[in-house]
Design a protein around this ligand. Structure first.
Ligand SMILES: [Mg+2]
Length: 256
């Protein structure tokens, strides 16, 4: 069994670590349980993710990361040209796959991911490429993104602008869609049996857990608050945060 742990809203809120998360991960590892980090946020490179995890007290290797940038890149044929309407994580994943990346002009595919410098020029370049024949692919469609100051527009908000301007629907790679599920299955193999997926959003993490056939532990340290419960799909277990969830599991609670 393994613990599949979402990052935004579970381990951190933007750049602020969520208290107790690092100790909880350390306890799981010390108990011999495998931990994999799962994120729909495609903005950072894998090295930036492992550095950020290290900063919050969680040493991790890139083998322990499953990102929507990887899931999206896996849908693009090596040798193709991709117009990147996304951050460095998407650029890196595409290039690692042997895909040529551009920021404007014609392309085989437009890849949309969350990035804070999205603007009218990016929207114009992306929608023109799609209208000229490119396929439209998104790393994820989360409407919002949790931060210490409240919700920020998520990749789904950027994607909605590109879809509207392009006149075409998108294929979405990240949670809860099949490409990300396939990547998790490939990474965990037989260890997926009896695993728990910990996340802060029923509509992505919860559905992903259902698709994978694993338990869904909902934590209330991110987007979902107690007044939003039970949510759809309903979680198997609810905890205030990862620390409380693992503490409950240590006492023999329902998450183990
Ligand atoms: Mg999250």
């Amino acid at each position: 069994m393994a613990w599949i742990i979402d990052l935004d809203g579970v381990v951190w809120l933007a750049d602020r670590p969520i208290p107790g998360a690092a100790d909880a991960v350390a306890w799981l590892r010390a108990a011999g349980q495998r931990v994999v980090f799962l994120t729909n946020n495609s903005s950072l490179t894998e090295a930036e993710y492992t550095a950020k995890l290290e900063r919050v007290g969680i040493p991790a290797s890139t083998d322990e990361l499953v990102t929507s940038a990887r899931a999206a890149a896996g849908l693009v044929a090596p040798g193709a040209t991709a117009l990147v309407c996304a951050g460095p994580g998407v650029e890196e994943a595409l290039q690692a796959r042997g895909v040529k990346t551009v920021r404007e002009g014609n392309a085989d595919v437009v890849v949309v991911g969350w990035h804070r410098d999205f603007d009218f020029e990016r929207l114009t370049a992306a929608s023109r490429a799609v209208r000229a024949g490119a396929a439209l692919l998104a790393t994820n469609d989360d409407a919002t993104y949790p931060s210490p100051d409240g919700l920020l527009p998520g990749c789904g908000s950027i994607l909605a602008a590109v879809v509207t301007a392009s006149g075409l629907p998108a294929t979405v790679a990240g949670k809860p869609y099949p490409p990300m599920a396939a990547l998790v299955r490939q990474r965990l193999g037989t260890e997926l049996v009896d695993s728990t997926l910990v996340g802060d959003r029923p509509d992505t993490d919860g559905l992903m857990a259902r698709h994978l056939g694993v338990d869904f532990a909902l934590v209330l340290s991110g987007v979902t608050k107690r007044q939003d419960l039970p949510g759809e799909p309903a979680p198997d277990v609810v905890a205030d945060d990862l620390a409380a969830l693992v503490s409950n599991a240590r006492r023999g609670g329902p998450a183990v």
